[in-house]
Structures are given as structure tokens and as C-alpha cells.
Write a protein that binds this ligand. Structure first.
Ligand code: SF4
Length: 183
């Protein structure tokens, strides 16, 4: 299902939406930016070292791709063609926790949409943590769900934030916490 909106947004907003739907509203409508922490900067350096190693093992890494169909774009960490189609990998510089897998899996799924539109069928999504790798088939159900999130973000851009239930347990670690208090 192609999105109706011509507005484009980065895949990172899908991760943010699943963390808290207020965040895409802050970014797209109010123009807020997430604060950059020391941890984020150190993480980027480690990330690029890992990607370099993967490149030497036949992965396409850090590829900027766009989707005309869904009006999203982003840098895919890694993908490569295998016997059954493309595998798409999302790297996370943290240990696996069940409660955060959903956010990372659907971020990987959005990258899967980008690879599929630009290269061909994606059959597998991988989220690689420091201590564990989670592999999932790129199913119709996963695709439909990530497309529904994309459509919700387009809707936030068009009409603003409708009332949402906030999980306050997430606020402490939120990069928008200081700004969020302002409204
Ligand atoms: S501080 Fe809490 S309510 Fe505000 S954007 Fe972050 S998670 Fe959402």
C-alpha cells in the first residue's frame, strides 16, 4: 500500500515513534532536535569500526536509500544478497533486552522496505546486539505493521498529534525530556 503523503521523513522516526509517539511530533511539527550525548558520539565510532569489518565480509554497509513508495529514507547499516534474497542487518551498541526488541525490529523492517524497493526481495531481518543476534523472517505481518507506523507518522505531520497514552517509565531516558516539559 503506497502512502498518500508526498512528505519524506527519516527511518529513525519510526524508532522514535515506537518509543513515544510524541517524538515525531516534536521533530516534524515543532522542529526540535534530540540532544547528542557523549554515549552517542562514542557509539558512532564503534559502529563505524564494526561496519568496516562487515564490508570486508561482503556486506553493503552504511548505504543511503530512499523509498518513493513510502516516502522514507535512511542509512541502512548493512545488507547483502544471499541464496533466498537479501538479509538486512541493524546494529545496536547495547545488550539485548526483550522490551526494546520491538523498536529495533521495526526500524530494521523499515530498512527492509528500502532495500526491497531498491534492490529486491528481503527475506531476513537481523538485529545485532553486543551479546546476541536476533533473526526474523521479513513476513507480510511485519511489513504491514511497519507500513501502518509510517502512515501514522505521515498523519502526525499532516494533522498534528492526536491524544496518545504516554508510558511515563520511558521519560527518564528520553532524549527529548527537557523539551517535553516545555509543552
Ligand atoms: S519525555 Fe516522555 S512523554 Fe516526553 S517525549 Fe519523551 S518519552 Fe514521550
Amino acid at each position: 500500500m503506497r502512502t498518500q503523503s508526498s512528505f519524506e521523513f527519516p527511518v529513525s522516526l519510526i524508532k522514535h515513534y515506537l518509543y513515544c509517539p510524541r517524538i515525531p511530533y516534536f521533530v516534524l511539527v515543532l522542529g526540535f532536535k534530540e540532544r547528542t550525548t557523549e554515549l552517542m558520539i562514542n557509539g558512532r565510532e564503534k559502529h563505524s569500526k564494526v561496519l568496516k569489518k562487515m564490508k570486508s565480509n561482503g556486506w553493503n554497509v552504511n548505504a543511503f536509500l530512499k523509498s518513493e513508495k513510502y516516502n522514507i529514507y535512511g542509512y541502512v547499516d548493512a545488507f547483502r544478497k544471499e541464496e533466498n534474497g537479501y538479509a538486512v542487518m541493524e546494529l545496536k551498541d547495547t545488550n539485548y533486552k526483550k522490551r526494546i526488541l520491538k523498536i529495533h525490529l521495526y526500524q530494521a523492517a523499515a530498512y527492509g522496505l528500502l532495500v526491497e524497493e531498491n534492490f529486491g526481495r528481503v527475506y531476513k531481518l537481523i538485529v545485532k546486539y553486543n551479546d546476541k543476534e536476533i533473526c526474523k523472517p521479513f513476513t507480510r505481518g511485519i511489513k504491514n505493521y511497519v507500513v501502518s507506523i509510517i502512515n501514522k507518522i505521515h498523519r502526525i505531520h499532516e494533522i498534528g498529534l492526536v491524544s496518545i497514552k504516554i508510558d511515563k517509565s520511558k521519560c527518564y531516558n528520553c532524549g527529548f525530556r527537557n523539551r517535553c516539559k516545555e509543552i
